[in-house]
Write a protein that binds this ligand. Structure first.
Ligand SMILES: [Zn+2]
Length: 692
């Protein structure tokens, strides 16, 4: 035991000698036949230690290797497809390249591999690099101008600090969400970027995550930089502003910090692919073919639990080891089974890679020839996150491989950003295209959770769902003409035919379920004068003929709503409902607030906040009054029907709190408007949301 420990230390020392490991592990000997013990590799590489290693060798060679790390990285010649399939899922295949397989294995997997008799070559762990990683600690990173070059790797503390600092510096644009702990108790964080942080909006939900393989940190840095880029450019760069306004962007820079900071929190040197239990998290998800090899890890459980609460439309997860984009499925070759949106995938993937090629030197991102591959055509993998999201969650996710070298020198990181950031933004933008809209009950206007299935196109697992509280759905689609079927257990399904979609186009189709709702889409162009928000949408959109359209108008600060004009008839209520017919003219009119109300006192409401929102039983409305007022506080649904009274009466100047516990119990899930009216002097409205 003592001897094998000593032997382990010798190997460990060799990892740590700068430059030493390259001669240790870059073995050039011909492939050996038959299973060879690990000591065989050491033997041929380190002449001076050969004798010692041989002498000290008392336990099995596999034991010796796994004393140091719980995973081994090695390569072997590409075997027959059947044999690869057979052993492949017991290993963690990293990539196939030049007729070689590069793989990681835990002890069991490696023992299973040895029994095949395939010759192999042990390689240095990619996390053991021999250059300066330019690790930046908490203080160093706090002092750094982040608009400047990102040519470093952060320590664990600096990473966590940076995430919360984003929230401190941009409180109106980002919330940091902790979704759970790793095996070792490190934090799994998301940055949720939105102009209304913490609020659910009826816009596509989008997710980037990186470094579920702990020793692949390029995406870690690019994700952090992307968060900063979006926050820093919001309000000045029109493209960034539009994206953030139209998409809820969720970014988790590191899904496996236990692997990245394997040896200690101060450096990524020694990072591992697996988590603290040496499990490959990208083989750990439910999959449609077989059971994952390892029991579900807490990192996987946290991710599944969190993403179950958010209807993600599109996502990607970032890796290194090769340079390409890999689109679904991983579980099947493309001739066996294709994603129903295979054409869309090719279109979006070539948009990504062609843009990268335009901004990078020749040769970058050309894995598998042109940098684009269907996952299973590269190699079949069971339990990948990509297939989990595509197959079980109807979320379109691909795998982004950013760098041939798992851990490149830190000074190269700005180049990877330069090659990729436009493509990262383009991919987010794709979530806004295709068909989207609201599904609701024709009589009550209540939003519905309905299935959208495209007959003749979708497979059963690919339907998307509208989600509460808004009833919004988002379906990216490749250009073409489609029939869309909307289905809900309590209603008769309807199918709208002939919906034409173009690439880079957003078609808005709002669908009513229930009696009298037709199937033919009718175009409505909803316009407005002045400043305010129209729900569900402003501009050109479609409703099914004969359905009831429900609109509500919410004035911006310093504006107030005046009237709706529907086919020449005026409606002074914020909410209107009417039966849709072809060629209607609809306009919402807002006017600037009467200056009398805002001049004296200057701010009639010194505070008007509603939190938390979406509601909980402890939600509270806080009003700050500049002077005594006779108040009426009411809640209406989106059709203008009263849904609850909060207060009627007189309140003195100062701050007043109204607990919404009773209201919470009474309201059905949905969207409401809360109105505060001060004796005809002024009126303020806020949107109130209740989740199912
Ligand atoms: Zn990877």
């Amino acid at each position: 035991m003592q001897r094998s420990l000593l032997y382990g230390l010798l190997i460990l020392m060799l990892f740590l000698i700068p430059g030493g490991h390259s001669s240790l592990f870059s073995l050039t000997g011909e492939a050996r036949s038959g299973p060879q013990p690990f000591s065989g590799n050491v033997h041929s590489a380190i002449i001076p230690l050969t004798e010692i290693a041989e002498t000290l060798h008392t336990t099995s060679p596999v034991d010796d290797y796994f004393i140091i790390r719980g995973e081994v990285f090695f390569s072997f010649p590409l075997p027959e497809p059947d044999l690869l399939k057979d052993i492949g899922h017991r290993l963690s295949v990293d990539r196939l390249e030049n007729d070689s397989v590069y793989a990681y294995a835990d002890r069991q997997g490696f023992e299973a591999f040895l029994s095949t008799g395939i010759p192999y070559q042990i390689l240095p762990p990619p996390g053991k690099v021999d250059f300066d990683l330019n690790m930046k600690g908490l203080e160093a990173l706090r002092g750094k101008d982040l608009s400047d070059s990102w040519d470093f790797y952060p320590t664990y503390e600096a990473y966590i600090d940076l995430m919360y600092r984003f929230e401190e510096e941009y409180p109106d644009l980002v919330r940091i969400v902790d979704i759970g702990e790793t095996v070792m108790g490190r934090q799994l964080l998301f940055a949720a970027i939105s102009p209304d942080p913490g609020q659910r909006r009826p816009v596509p939900q989008f997710m980037y995550t990186a470094t579920m393989h702990g020793d692949e940190p390029v995406g870690f840095i690019l994700s952090l930089r992307l968060i900063h880029y979006l926050l820093d450019n919001y309000g000045t760069d029109p493209e960034v502003t539009w994206l953030v306004d139209n998409v809820d962007i969720w970014i988790s820079p590191n899904e496996n910090p236990d692997g990245t900071y394997r040896d200690d929190n101060s450096s990524i040197l020694g990072a591992s692919r697996g988590n603290a239990n040496w499990v490959d998290l990208n083989r750990n998800y439910p999959n449609p073919v077989n059971d994952p090899a390892a029991e579900q890890q807490v990192e996987t459980t946290a991710m599944i639990g969190f993403t179950d609460t958010i209807p993600f439309v599109m996502s990607a997860n970032m890796h290194t080891g090769i340079e390409l984009v890999n689109f679904p499925y991983d579980s099947w070759r493309s001739h066996q089974r294709r994603h129903p949106d295979h054409d869309w995938w090719e279109f979006v993937m070539y948009e990504y890679v062609d843009t990268v090629h335009h901004y990078s030197p020749a040769g970058y991102m050309t894995g598998m020839g042109d940098g684009v591959t269907h996952g299973g055509d590269w190699y079949v993998v069971y339990g990948s996150r990509q297939d989990y999201f595509n197959y079980y969650r109807s979320c379109r996710e691909f795998t982004l491989e950013l760098s041939d070298r798992k851990i490149p020198e830190p000074e190269l990181l700005p180049d990877f950003w330069g090659y990729n950031y436009r493509s990262l933004l383009n991919y987010i933008r794709q979530a806004t295209f295709g068909v989207q809209g609201f599904v609701y009950d024709n009589e009550t206007g209540q939003p519905l959770e309905a299935e959208l299935f495209i007959p003749g196109h979708d497979s059963t697992s690919m339907a998307v769902w509208s989600s509460l509280p808004f009833g919004d759905y988002h379906r990216p689609l490749y250009a073409g003409e489609y029939s869309l079927r909307f289905d809900h257990p309590d209603y008769e399904a309807i199918e709208t035919e002939g919906v034409e979609v173009g690439n880079y186009e957003r078609i808005r189709l709002n669908v009513a379920l229930g009696e009298d709702a037709g199937t033919r889409p009718v175009a409505l162009d909803v316009q407005k004068d002045g400043e305010g928000v129209i729900f569900p949408f402003e501009g050109l959109q479609y409703f099914t003929e004969g359905s009831n359209a429900h609109f509500s108008a919410l004035a911006d600060e310093a504006w107030e709503f005046e009237k709706w004009g529907v086919d020449g008839t005026d409606y002074p209520e914020e909410q209107v409902s009417f039966i849709v017919t072809e060629g209607m003219e609809i306009r919402a009119v807002f006017k600037e607030s009467d200056p009398v109300f805002v001049q004296e006192p200057e701010q009639p409401l010194t505070r008007f906040s509603l939190q938390p929102n979406p509601m909980s039983s402890s939600s509270e409305l806080v009003l700050g009054l500049a002077e005594q007022e006779t108040l009426s506080i009411v809640v209406h649904d989106m059709m203008g029907k009263p849904a609850g009274h909060i207060f009627d009466g007189v309140k003195p100047p100062g701050e007043h709190r109204f607990l919404l516990t009773n209201l919470y119990g009474d309201l059905r899930p949905g969207v409401y408007l809360l109105t505060v009216e001060a004796d005809g002097k002024y009126r303020r409205v806020k949107r109130l949301v209740k989740l199912p």
